[in-house]
Design a binder for this molecule. Structure first.
Ligand code: NAD
Ligand code: UGA
Length: 465
């Protein structure tokens, strides 16, 4: 079966970039990305490519090449579903905030709504692709909804989880280590798999396109994120040990990473991992294990989250204890708010939790981030519901200039590893700070020796202070 029209429901961090690359590489396929969020769609259609709703290096060029030719962004969900041969579901699957599985299970209401909408609109056979990250066996529920429409339409359900990381989405998509496609072992299932394989084969070598059954594909996505997050928590656990013993976590990471069985990537100690997925997906894995009565499995993976929470709080507490056990009324400058560099995404960013803890201690926080808006930062703090909006606003000031952020500060905390932070005139920053001038480098990006030469009291995650 040759697919000539694709619809993707959900124009977020995954739907937007993924479909832009699919369209760019398959000029004979019409790709329409739809969303119920009108502002988001308007931003995807903005003439000025600097205003796209997702900031990703290289995304503007890809969208610029395909948009208006074979790539479209629209709010007309029904129309796009009706016309498409293949429909990707790429909506959000956040952690549930209510009812059974609260704070653990994935909330599948948006996915289910999509399935119901497809069921009610479709008049011709469709391949439905799960792009969202979903608990193992979700395809079963989608199938049940679709198969009970009674309108004679045939559906094939595929699982095609996305492995891109934010900040490197375009490179990750264009040079994917692998693409995973799960489908039924029936002839119709295999035909659907082949239709999706053909789309990716337009730019990826065939040996990188893995096909499995649906359940393996769904579970592999949760497992990949759990393993990645586990590496960060493992090295962060060692970072605390390094600080207590005089070992240096970078040296330890290098030494272990040269063992080809361990490998060098994803061993960078930090103030803690953030992002919309690691925590959500591990909690989901823990929930599934618990639901199946696998307590030891659940406890094992839960430790990855416990360690990450500890790392964020430990960093905040280090700031307080170092500043003579009080930050009340003191200005603390934050460089960075995004959960990693090269993205404007702040979901679950460590910066939010560190700020929250310091505001509990009545600190005055002043933030500079090259890509995150002040509204977003206040919304992030409010989301924690630790205090009212007004108090948050009184304690969190956002400025558009890093030197202003650091002026008269008692301490600077580096929360995101933006490259530009390394290039700042640190001598000038030092001169304009309260003394002693402290820097807490939660991302290990500055040259510690140089900082000490200038006069800073420099603390970095993972080495003796
Ligand atoms: P997102 O919140 O950025 O985007 C989801 C979009 O879906 C939103 O714009 C929302 O308005 C839209 N939506 C929700 N319900 C809808 C409906 N019924 N009809 C039309 N539109 C609807 O989320 P995201 O970061 O793109 O993540 C999407 C999925 O991909 C999640 O399951 C996530 O776990 C997974 N994932 C994310 C990443 C990442 O880097 N962000 C990477 C891999 C996988
Ligand atoms: C992660 C995975 O890397 C992707 O493969 C996956 O598709 C995605 O989750 C998802 O499912 O959403 P992402 O969260 O965008 O991607 O970014 P990462 O590069 O994985 O970083 C996650 C967090 O870990 C960041 O806060 C980062 O700073 C931190 N990190 C990462 C470290 O602290 N140390 C490291 O060595 C690596």
């Amino acid at each position: 079966m040759k697919v000539s029209k694709i619809c993707c429901i959900g124009a977020g961090y995954v739907g937007g970039p993924t479909m832009a690359v699919i369209a760019d590489k398959n000029r004979d396929i019409q790709v329409t990305v739809v969303d119920i969020n009108k502002d988001r769609i308007a931003a995807w259609n903005d003439e000025d490519l600097n205003n796209l709703p997702v900031f990703e290096p290289g995304l503007d060029e890809v969208v610029g090449r395909a948009r208006g030719k074979n790539l479209f962004f629209s709010t007309e969900v029904d129309k796009a579903i009706d016309e498409a041969h293949m429909i990707f579901i790429s909506v959000n699957t956040p952690t549930k905030t209510y009812g059974k599985g609260k704070n653990m299970a994935a909330d599948l209401k948006y996915v289910e709504l999509c399935a119901r909408q497809i069921a009610s609109v479709a008049k011709t056979d469709k391949i439905v692709v799960e792009k969202s990250t979903l608990p193992v066996r979700t395809a079963e529920a989608i199938k049940t909804i679709l198969y009970n429409t009674g309108n004679g339409v045939n559906f094939q359900i595929l699982s095609n989880p996305e492995f891109l990381a934010e900040g490197t989405a375009i490179t990750d998509l264009e040079h994917a280590d692998r693409v995973l496609i799960g489908g039924d072992e029936t002839p119709e299932g295999q035909e659907a798999i082949q239709a999706l394989v053909d789309i990716y084969a337009a730019w990826l070598p065939k040996e990188r396109i893995l096909t499995t059954n649906v359940w393996s594909s769904e579970l592999s996505k949760l497992t990949a994120n759990a393993f990645l997050a586990q590496r960060v928590s493992s090295i962060n656990a060692i970072s605390e040990l390094c600080e207590a013993t005089g070992a240096n976590v970078n040296e330890v990471a290098r030494a272990i990473g040269m063992d080809s069985r361990i490998g060098p990537k994803f061993l960078k100690a930090s103030v803690g991992f953030g992002g919309s997925c690691f925590q959500k997906d591990i909690l989901n894995l823990v929930y599934i294990a618990k639901s199946l009565g696998l307590e030891a499995v659940a406890d094992y993976w839960e430790q990855v989250i416990i360690m990450n929470d500890h790392q964020k709080i430990r960093f905040a507490e280090k700031i307080v204890s170092t500043l003579f056990n009080t930050v009340s009324g003191k200005k603390i400058a934050f460089l960075g708010w995004a959960f990693k560099k090269d993205t404007n995404d702040t979901r679950e960013s460590a910066a939010i939790y560190v700020a929250d803890r310091l505001i509990d201690e009545q600190a005055q926080i002043c933030v500079f981030d090259p890509k995150v808006s002040s509204k977003q930062m206040i919304d992030d703090l409010n989301y924690l519901q630790s205090r009212d909006r007004k108090s948050n606003q009184n304690h969190l000031n956002v400025v558009g200039d890093p030197y202003e952020a650091c002026k008269d500060a008692h301490a600077i905390a580096i929360l995101t590893e933006w490259d530009e932070f390394k290039e700042y005139d640190w001598q000038r920053i030092y001169e304009n700070m309260n003394k002693p001038a402290f820097v807490f480098d939660g991302r290990m990006i500055l040259d510690g020796e140089k900082m000490k030469e200038i006069g800073f009291k420099y603390y970095v995650i993972g080495s003796e202070y």
